[in-house]
Design a binder for this molecule. Structure first.
Ligand code: BGC
Length: 272
């Protein structure tokens, strides 16, 4: 492994409803350069408490270069650094200038992004869709359904397609992994719902590739082969590290997010 320099190292922090984890990332290889530090999400998930926990995690990542960019991903729509929703954390986040809150507390710039967007970007940069061009669609099946759209290496942020209205309701409540657990659905019953969900996405977006992430993706053999789609669908490969890797990579290269200054960018697929 080459010696890390500030230009190929960043810190990624992944905030979730139950845990917050962070690590130092080698942006060339997509490997972690430190242990993954994990602390529980404070009860209630209030902004001040979560900022406190993130600060503690950063204090433990002592080997990071002082000027390593910091990326933080979070389960909410993030528009211009402001959290516009809140999934499994306090409603106090809604409308909050979250990026600024962290920057004021830490005394330095950070990059703030939706959790599924970070995971999807990581899979394109380092994982299941490495060097793939066209429209890659990440879906994370967990407590909710997170989605990310990456087109030729550029992230189109805040897709929020987990909340598609199907059968008259928010389909996240039917097709997330939490629904399988809550309703004690068999793999085949749950897959019937996934079939409906992915068919709808396919109809709306005609992606070139679906990636399926979330903890349940390690059991992909139980459900992916049962799906009948025209789009290739593959499991995520970065597992628990995807949010950390994506947040870190985006922090070092925020212009690969559509809507931030100066796209297009350096992803190899962008030249195709
Ligand atoms: C939220 C998304 C989030 C996803 C995964 C959904 O309920 O609306 O913003 O990415 O859960 O955490």
């Amino acid at each position: 492994m080459s010696t890390p320099t500030a230009s190929n190292v960043a810190i990624g922090i992944d905030i979730g409803g139950t845990g917050i984890k962070g690590a130092i990332v080698d942006l060339d290889s997509g490997e972690l350069l430190s242990d993954r530090v994990k602390l529980s999400t404070p009860e209630g998930g209030k902004p001040k408490d979560i900022v406190g926990t993130v600060t503690k995690i950063l204090e433990k990542l002592t080997d990071a270069p002082d000027d390593a960019p910091i990326g933080i991903c979070f389960p909410a729509v993030v528009r211009n650094g402001r959290t516009m929703s809140a999934a499994n954390v306090s409603k106090k986040w809604i409308g909050l200038e979250a990026e600024k809150l962290f920057e004021d507390a830490l005394g330095r710039d950070i990059f703030f992004v939706n959790d599924a967007d970070a995971a999807g970007y990581a899979e394109v940069r380092f994982g299941a869709a490495r060097d793939r061009s066209g429209l890659v669609m990440m879906t994370t099946l967990g407590t909710g359904i997170g989605t990310a759209i990456i087109y030729n290496g550029v992230l189109v942020p805040n897709a929020e397609l987990g909340h598609l209205q199907i059968d008259g309701g928010d389909y996240e409540l039917k097709a997330a992994y939490s629904a399988k657990e809550r309703e004690d659905l068999s793999w085949s019953k749950w897959t019937e719902r996934l079939q409906k969900y992915y068919s709808e996405l396919e109809k709306l977006l005609s992606p070139d590739l679906f990636i399926v992430g979330g903890g349940v993706s390690k059991n992909y053999q139980e459900f992916l082969p049962l799906l009948n789609l025209t789009t290739e669908i593959v499991p995520a490969v970065l597992r628990n590290n995807a949010g950390i890797l994506g947040a870190a990579a985006l922090a070092s290269q925020p212009r690969v997010v559509a809507g931030t200054e100066e796209s297009p960018q350096e992803h190899p697929a962008a030249a195709l």
